[in-house]
Write a new protein. Structure first.
Length: 172
């Protein structure tokens, strides 16, 4: 027995295989295995290239049509504005009512597309990530809090699109 507990053919009276026999048979098996592995490699490489190409096409399409849903939701707002302009003798009350209706349409379209307004109330703690301080004024409230909003800000999917422009209280 050898070190691996396998019978040794030479020890049991069998003739050991010749070098030519050892080289001929494994070469055929190795050549077949090499061809098989080479074919599998080429197929995997081609499949990887196809997946990469399809992914690039999908990303390009997503970029190209990213605003499609948003634009579709804004079309009724445009239609309302055009309809308002088409009425030449509208009274100021009718125009005001139309403006309010159009603003509701626009607000709804923005909300459907996850655009949310930032409109802090007076006394809200100043947040430099969502607010932009235009001025600091002395006020009868805690320092570093919003006194007034000059322009609303907006978030899109939790990312600041435009910060709210605010006046902030300073130390009294």
């Amino acid at each position: 027995m050898n070190d691996f507990n396998q019978p040794n053919p030479a020890a049991e009276g069998e003739a050991p295989p010749t070098d030519a026999a050892l080289q001929a048979e494994p070469t055929v098996d190795l050549d077949a295995r090499l061809a098989e592995l080479s074919d599998a490699y080429l197929r995997a490489k081609a499949e990887t290239e196809n997946i990469r190409r399809r992914a690039e096409e999908e990303v390009a399409k997503a970029r190209k049509f990213a605003v499609e849903t948003f634009a579709e939701s804004l079309l009724p707002v445009r239609d309302s504005l055009e309809a308002a302009l088409a009425i030449p003798n509208a009274t100021s009350e009718q125009v005001l009512e139309g403006v309010h209706a159009t603003l509701r349409q626009l607000t709804s379209a923005l909300e459907r597309n996850r655009v949310v307004e930032i409109n802090p109330t007076a006394g809200t703690r100043f947040d430099p990530h969502q607010h932009q301080a235009i001025s600091v004024v002395p006020a009868a409230q805690e320092a570093n809090t919003v006194v007034s909003v000059l322009q609303k800000g907006y978030l899109i999917a939790d990312r600041v699109l435009r910060p709210a422009l605010v006046t902030v209280s300073g130390a009294a």
